[in-house]
Design a protein around this ligand. Structure first.
Ligand code: NAP
Ligand code: FE
Length: 365
């Protein structure tokens, strides 16, 4: 057996874990809180973080300009704020967008990288330490070393990744997700499912990541019907947040596959939420992979108590509802973009450009 596994983030899960672990907020002298425009102010996460910082007499400033699918300009603006404020650590609060932006800000606050080269440069090994507080149950970004940014030049999304971008701490309290709307709850849950399923279909899959992925898939699939009904209790939300973190641990080892690479165009050109974009493609890509790795796909399906990919596709379609409208011509361009993307090469069986187009067509037309 061969195995390598590195996930250095300290994970703490539980009710009121931010206030109960205020000591963690003493890791520096001044924090830059990186968050989105409004949700952290309403769900209690910002109040809790500020309470913890004050308890440790730590200064802070707030950068609350992170939009969904954060841009390169946004993270440079955030890094400017971190430097101006002389912040020596970052507290990220929000969904994947603020958490991803926070990682790039933590890097750019201490490393001089030209804006044009951010997505291709060697990003080195230095970044400010980070505490991440997720408020959606989907991306698992709190335990991954990736920051996904919108790249307008290439009209897609791309990631930067390096071990220095692992947060130091991830504090998971499901109460922040209590009032997430049905659409975001479903879309983020499907992102988390996709991470675990893709992890098992990745060229980098390994025995330990698979074991974690199976648990993530089991938990999320046990909530499929509740996601369809749109009613989740606090214990359900705790399970979802836990499973989302497990999915993040999986992709921190395996990376994502063609599904994510293909989904980015649906987000970039149609504004489709990230998790939903993956969900629209996940069934067909699983069917494609089944041809080359039938036992792996059987393993994935059995975690959901399913025996065929058809059953999986039908369930995903119930969860996601009616599809958006797509034109055949646009799918040609998306296939070109996904063909050039790293995630596609990271698939257990790499689809050729025309196979990618075929998966798009079957999924979306
Ligand atoms: P998001 O873009 O972070 O947030 C979506 C929306 O939900 C925003 O309007 C946000 O409002 C709101 N929101 C967040 N928490 C809420 C809460 N507790 N209650 C009510 N509303 C809330 O969505 P996401 O799906 O979590 O993140 C998607 C991003 O993560 C994408 O850019 C994707 O590429 C990336 N991603 C990263 C990784 C990784 O490993 N790094 C993995 C998968 C995906 P506010 O703006 O006001 O906060
Ligand atoms: Fe994702």
């Amino acid at each position: 057996m061969e195995l390598g596994f590195y996930m250095p983030t300290k994970v703490i899960v539980g009710a009121d874990c931010v206030r109960r672990n205020a000591d963690i907020f003493g890791i520096g002298k001044k924090a830059l809180i990186v968050t989105g425009a409004s949700s952290a102010k309403k769900n209690g996460a910002l109040d809790d973080a500020v309470h913890a910082l004050k308890a440790k007499n730590v200064q802070y400033a707030v950068f609350d300009k992170v939009m969904s699918n954060p841009t390169i300009n946004c993270v440079y603006e955030g890094a400017e704020a971190a430097m101006e404020e002389e912040a020596d650590f970052i507290v990220a609060i929000g969904g994947g967008s603020p958490m991803d932006a926070a990682k790039a800000i933590a890097l750019l606050a201490v490393t001089d990288i030209d804006k044009k080269e951010l997505l291709t440069a060697d990003i080195g090994s230095r970044a400010l330490p980070m505490i991440h507080i997720p408020t959606t149950a989907g991306t698992g970004s709190e335990v991954t070393p990736y920051s996904i940014l919108t790249n307008h030049e290439k009209k897609t999304k791309a990631s930067i990744g390096a071990p220095c971008l692992f947060p130091s701490y991830a504090l998971l309290d499901a109460k922040y997700t209590d009032h997430l709307g049905k659409r975001t709850t479903v879309n983020t849950a499907i992102d988390a499912l996709s991470h675990s399923v893709e992890g098992m279909m990745s060229a980098r899959a390994n025995i330990m990541a698979d074991a974690i992925a199976r648990e993530g898939i089991r938990i999320i699939s046990s909530l499929f019907d509740k996601l369809i009904q749109g009613y989740l209790t606090r214990p359900d939300r705790e399970q979802l947040l836990y499973a989302s973190m497990l999915g993040g641990v999986v992709i921190s080892q395996t990376k994502t596959t063609a599904v994510h690479s293909m989904g980015y165009s649906l987000t970039y050109f149609h504004g489709i939420d990230h998790g939903r974009a993956n969900g629209l493609l996940l069934g067909e890509f699983t069917e494609y992979t089944e041809r080359y790795a039938p036992s792996k796909v059987r393993d994935i399906l059995s975690c959901m108590n399913m025996t065929s990919v058809g059953e999986f596709k039908a369930k995903l379609s119930r969860i996601l509802g009616a599809k958006e409208k797509f034109e055949p011509e646009e799918l040609e361009m998306y296939a070109d973009i996904a063909d050039a993307a790293g995630g596609t090469r990271n698939s257990f069986h790499r689809p050729e450009r025309d196979e990618i187009l075929g998966i798009y067509r079957k999924s979306l037309l």
